[in-house]
Design a protein around this ligand. Structure first.
Ligand code: HGY
Ligand code: MN
Ligand code: MN
Length: 424
């Protein structure tokens, strides 16, 4: 068997190779369905096929490789993460979980598993292009809303058109029945034994405590909204201040109100305005229309709902006081998710066996485990990352932490195989 340091080194070499593929001349950006995304997926598919996995691309563009069990009645256990990225991304967010999963499959040897083991590289977890996350894992979970097929990206291309463009081999007949194919790509709950995802923590706890890995007990809920502030464009030199309906000043007041509310919160609420666009922007024009996003997260659903509703009231009041019309559009609502206690306990057991302290964390970041948790037990392993930095080119991991994660994951699947071998 290859040593954990050697296996970790090869994973990181592959991550570096994948990171050279981007939509942009500098940095890493591979959003759903773009040529760079397709090239990156093709690279990973080649590695999966070289490992002897039978691979396929499903109707939403997920890359899937399966190790079939000969056991009668075997169910499917999925290991995976995503291969799409945010803009100017780090290189580990997603690919580390996919390539660690591939390495675990490659090093399983010839032993017979009592379940099918399917590696999935999900096609769209970040939701950058179509502003709705988990497209890939929602299909696998049987939770894909076909109304999303009409969602358009910034250039007006719909998701359905993007799917047609992504895979030239897809026939018009296939597209005509895309609803059927998307539904057929789900793993039925009765056959879905469970899901495991390894992912960088994307937070500062493990870095601060100098611990390589942690179990994830829950994933925070999310509220994503789009806001439009409509005032009155005007001449920057002639309109007296009291007469202005400055949409950008209103949006700026909202951004600071959202930040102040989250800073004052005692239950871990976080609020982010990640995108803000001034329509018709010019230095000598009073902004007439501004659009921005809002991303709210909290571990408790009621607390999240109360924060969302409270902030919306604040926004409406500050807009009215400025003579600004506000449109508040919910984009995505995701309830908090609890990881499966049994699987998580098994993972904690594997961490202790590997000689590490068992730390339990709640994830502020969303993951493909979120939609899957509705139909199957999920477990997640966090891996320490440099100062907790993510969604940033500075994202980095230590090879020794990847080696530790491999050791833990091998043990986790050994425990899982033992447990399910008994039940057959
Ligand atoms: O936004 C998130 O939580 C994740 O990176 N999709
Ligand atoms: Mn991720
Ligand atoms: Mn991410």
């Amino acid at each position: 068997m290859n040593s954990y340091p050697d296996r970790a080194a090869r994973i990181l070499t592959r991550i570096d190779h994948l990171a050279t593929i981007s939509e942009t001349a500098t940095g890493i950006t591979r959003t759903f369905g773009t040529p760079a995304f397709l090239a990156g997926r093709e690279l990973v598919q080649g590695w999966m096929q070289a490992a002897g996995l039978a691979t396929r691309l499903d109707a939403i563009g997920n890359l899937r490789g399966r190790r079939v069990s000969p056991m009668p009645g075997a169910k499917t256990f999925v290991i995976g993460s995503h291969i799409d990225t945010v803009v100017n991304a780090g290189r580990h967010d997603g690919p580390l979980g996919v390539l660690l999963g591939l390495d675990v499959l490659e090093n399983l040897g010839q032993e017979t598993l009592p379940f099918h083991l399917e590696l999935i590289a999900f096609s769209d977890e970040e939701g950058v292009r179509f502003h709705t996350t988990y497209l890939g894992s929602k299909v696998v979970a049987g939770a894909f809303d076909t109304n999303l097929l009409t969602k358009a990206d910034a250039t007006g291309v719909t998701l359905a058109q993007a799917l047609a463009e992504m895979d030239a081999t897809v026939s018009s007949r296939h597209l005509a029945a895309i609803d059927y194919h998307l539904a057929a790509d789900a793993i039925a709950p009765a056959d879905f034994l469970g899901y495991f995802e390894a992912h960088i923590e994307q937070g500062p706890v493990l870095w601060g405590r100098q611990i390589p890995v942690a179990v994830v007990t829950a994933i925070a809920g999310q509220r994503r909204c789009e806001l439009t502030f409509r005032g009155m464009a005007g001449h920057a030199g002639t309109v007296p201040m009291p007469m202005r309906q400055d949409a950008l000043a209103a949006a700026a007041e909202f951004v600071l109100a959202a930040e102040a509310m989250a800073r004052a919160d005692a239950h871990g609420l976080v609020a982010t305005v990640g995108k803000l666009t001034v329509n018709g922007a010019a230095s000598n024009v009073i902004p007439g229309e501004v659009r921005c996003t809002l991303d709210l997260r909290a571990a408790d659903e009621n607390h999240l709902a109360a924060a969302h509703d409270g902030l919306r009231i604040t926004a409406e009041k500050l807009a009215a006081a400025r003579g600004i019309a506000l449109t508040w559009t919910p984009v995505q609502t995701g309830a908090p998710v609890t990881c499966d206690p049994e699987l998580t306990d098994l993972l904690g057991h594997a961490i202790r066996d590997a000689g590490h302290e068992t730390v339990a964390l709640v994830s502020g970041a969303g993951h493909d485990a979120v939609p899957i948790a509705a139909v199957a037990p999920v477990a997640m392993l966090f891996i320490r990352c440099f100062k907790g930095i993510s969604h940033n080119p500075l994202e980095a991991v230590e090879a020794s932490d990847v080696a530790a994660a491999l050791d833990v994951t091998d043990r986790f699947f050994a425990h899982l195989a033992t447990r399910h071998a008994i039940t057959y």
